[in-house]
Design a protein around this ligand. Structure first.
Ligand code: MG
Ligand code: MG
Length: 266
């Protein structure tokens, strides 16, 4: 059942989403060769608690950390480790916060040092596909329209769109209805309307879309060990249109990227 949020609830959710955005922005300037994901995890937990929030993933379904840190061929749900990052790696950081009863949940894939052009293009395309999906999140459209837009954009460049893991509704629970696949057919699936809040999160592989789970019971990796990217925003439908509650602006400011991500086409 989809739980529709009031305008007041959406404002509260914006605060939670922005706490995640600020956490990721803080981490952005720490990510460099030699740093460990476990160090980033400790920084994030301290930052969230100092801001009055609770790490949203820690302990949820038994997850052991604040961040999911997925390096290179890891798609999502990677566990922070003491292995130092290396120049040319990419690291997807997914962060959840519980604040004032509501969850924020968003993610960004960061380059570590200098990355290849090929990988940079994967990151850019995945991020673009997120916004293409978001622009479909309008009253009267359907969940399948979001997945269709993401899939078309990524597959047209030859990338693999992960099927096994999907976006989701967001609210007092981290995972609410509906599921939001990153693939789909136009005009199919649940109807979208005002007050629906979704976490849209394309997971896109350089090679095959197939994935497998590691023996740690968490980490999802690509079947062919090619790299994978993951970008996620929290979005509400307000007055029939998508309103992004989270922002990459803190990250882009830290990385010196002049890109306004609040603009949505169509
Ligand atoms: Mg997430
Ligand atoms: Mg999510």
């Amino acid at each position: 059942m989809i739980i529709v949020k009031s305008k007041d609830e959406i404002e509260r959710m914006r605060v939670s989403a922005l706490m995640v955005s600020k956490t990721l922005g803080m981490l952005a300037s720490e990510i460099k060769p030699g740093v460990t994901s476990l160090h980033l995890d400790r920084l994030a937990e301290t930052f969230i608690r100092d801001n009055g929030g609770k790490p949203g993933f820690l302990g949820l379904y038994g997850f052991p950390n604040t961040l999911c840190t997925s390096v290179n061929n890891e798609v999502v749900h990677g566990i922070p480790s003491s292995k130092p990052l290396v120049d040319g790696d990419i690291i997807s950081i997914d962060c959840g916060v519980l604040f004032d009863e509501y969850y924020g949940d968003h993610a960004y894939t960061f380059p570590v040092g200098e990355i290849s052009k090929e990988i940079k293009k994967l990151l850019d395309t995945t991020k673009e596909s997120l916004y293409k999906g978001i622009s479909e999140m309008q009253s009267g459209k359907r969940v399948g329209d979001i997945g269709y837009a993401i899939q078309q954009h990524c597959e047209s460049k030859g990338y693999g769109v992960v099927r096994e893991l999907v976006g989701h509704g967001l609210g007092k629970k981290l995972h609410e209805d509906p599921q939001v696949p990153n693939y789909g057919k136009r005009n199919t699936g649940k109807l979208l309307r005002n007050g629906i809040v979704l976490a849209i999160e394309p997971m896109v592989n350089l090679g095959t879309h197939h994935v497998r789970q590691l023996e740690d019971g968490w980490s999802i990796v690509t079947e062919d060990n090619n790299v994978s990217a993951h970008f996620e925003h929290d979005i509400a439908i307000v007055n029939g249109r998508p309103e992004i509650l989270s922002t990459f602006d803190y990250i882009h400011e830290a990385l010196g990227i002049s890109e306004t991500t609040s603009q949505i086409s169509s």
